[in-house]
Unconditional design. Sequence first.
Length: 239
Amino acid sequence: MNTLVKLCTQTGQKSVEWISFFASTCTSFEMRIVSPFDCSHNSVLKSTVQNSLVSLLTYLDQEYIVRNSALKHIRSTAYATFRELIFGNSIILENLYGGLKDWIESERNSKYVLFLSLCSVILRFILRRAPHLHRGEIPRLISLLGTHGQYDKFERYYILLAHDYYSSESQRLSKEQQNDPWSFFEHVQARIKEEMERNKEVLPASSWGLLRETTERALWNNRLDWLANHSTYSFSLGV
């Protein structure tokens, strides 16, 4: 386990690349935990793990510990140790949250590009922000966090990032577009749409509603009266 901690804290990977390395390394470790105790689904694996150490651990986990209720299963002990050493390490948490912030801000700040989409038998071009090269690593990270009971912390941090980012953007754009509130309105609508599309690709469904609510509240906060007043004024002028 200490070797795993060393790998995750001393790697030369940074930012989102570190998340990819972290997820791969921890998934590999997970397989080493699961394999000795759950081989029934894979006959090839079952035949390859028959060495003295695995046999001993299997006996202890399935026979000895069952008869001693005060003891925890070896697999549970391994997972508990993993959580303590990995998610209790300040360097790992700093890299994890830093990489997550870099990823999501990179996507939110990326430029619009044209994508070719096939809808039924019709080809059409869609203008959308370019996803990060390593976006595919985020669902794998989320799966890992869920396995070890860490997803709630991830979700709270992700929501905080969304709130801070969109609150700042809303404040900036309301000043820049003070005389053009409809451009602001259209931008907010587009932001909400792209945020929900991203969330549905990378986050569990249980988080979608909370992220939408957070995004809408941060973007519309104290702006609705401004939009309504401008609408009334424009209507009175016949604009």
